[in-house]
Write a protein that binds this ligand. Sequence first.
Ligand code: NAP
Ligand code: MG
Length: 501
Amino acid sequence: MTTTTQEYELSTAVRSFIIGGPKKLLIDGQWVEAAAGAVYATHDPATGGKLTDVARGTAEDVDRAVAAARRAFDEGPWGRLTPSERGRLVWRIGDRLLERAEDFAQLEALDNGKSAGVAQAVDVAWSADIFHYYAGWATKVEGRTIPVSVPWVPGAEWHAYTLREPVGVCAQIIPWNFPLLMAAFKVAPALATGNTVILKPAEQTPLTALLLGEIIQELDIPPGVFNIVTGFGEAGAALAAHDHVDKVAFTGSTEIGKKIVDAARGNLKKVSLELGGKSPNIVFADADLDAAVAGSANAWLFNHGQCCVAGTRLFVEDSIFDEFTQAVADFAAQAKLGPGLDPTAQVGPLIDQEQVDRVTGYLRQGLADGARALTGGGRHGDTGFYVQPTVLVDVKPKFSVVREEIFGPVVVAQPFSAGNGVIPQANDTDFGLAAGVWTRDISKAHRIARRLKAGTVWVNTYNAFDTALPFGGYKQSGWGRELGEGAIDLYTQVKAVNVQL
Ligand code: NAP
Ligand code: MG
């Protein structure tokens, strides 16, 4: 059963935000049209209907935004604020997010299709937590004193220390699956450490980034410190290639991640990447099976499968394979599909028709290769961009449904035998973002956690993130670690100072 978006109440602020379109770019503290005057429409994935027009920024707008960010970094008052002043401003962003939580959640539900309830409890609450967390870091970014010898200058005395300084102008290019949250992952540590930012939201989901721009505009953050260029991949490409950008941080597909690396060559700007995944989720027969069924379904169903960490390769010990995969299929089959503004809906629409075509294309190919669907297998309904939650069995390691990131509500389940071990199968992927292990045997859990080639391993849980924990990928899942202290490394650089006394 599906319901439609029109049936739900929106807050006055969200209504006027949308009616107030076309939305503009934020450059140098001003809301401005794209230089070419172009706009494009952003849509509600639950209906396919247009929400509002948004400025289509191009290379010319990127030039303007980079110039503003450059000036704000090189000459502006931003760098002269004390760490405590900067920290207080970043903290206020977190406060404002919480004060406007309902507006952000509704807007995210409209633009992305995700549940407004989940958006408020997870995306908005966590985004606020990230700003609060990095606000605390602003006063704790320290250098060290290092005792040095310099043996070729006998008898001299030295005072050596390091300074940890911001990288400079940061381009931050983000995807559509967690629009506000991905902005928070990047903007909060960058601002807290004294950088300036140009944010490029995904073309499909610019709205919560623009509302974030509005709340940042209300604070005493100097012009040019935080800029937003909405638009298509061309704007992202111009940022990644720009000679006056010091760092590019990207979250999205591995394919575009490689293009970012190529584009960054010109001035060898710093690059951090958070890319795709095809994460293994391993269930042993000795696990708490009720918890494992719900957790293993959540691992690939959360956000309708549009998660880089989705546990989309389910490995189940052979003695419980049939019973367990059927239970996961039953769990998924009962999920109600509907728009993000329907509080009873559990699985929402995919982001757009392109993703529906992509995901159903993978399903057709998998079934043609010989996979069998325990549930699902195709599109759901004909309004909005829904795909049936799908559990595939009888798959072989070479199938595209096993090897490639599908980014929809699809899991492939494969049996393993305790005797042969599951690690070679689990690690047989180009990706290495996350992994799950379900067992009551503590030693086994820790041994497996060590051997999995993944940036995050969850034991007896899945999708259990925290702002303090580093997040990023092994292998082709990325470069660098976001969140925790990892992001401080991404947004600062170290200077060594050595003084002969
Ligand atoms: P994408 O193309 O990688 O887009 C991510 C961001 O990069 C967007 O802001 C995009 O702008 C921008 N971009 C596109 N081309 C660029 C270029 N040449 N240089 C710089 N930036 C560029 O992801 P997508 O097209 O939205 O989704 C495609 C697939 O990527 C999905 O099916 C999924 O498999 C994967 N994906 C992974 C993640 C993740 O978190 N790991 C997130 C989203 C998607 P536009 O929005 O204008 O294209
Ligand atoms: Mg794209």
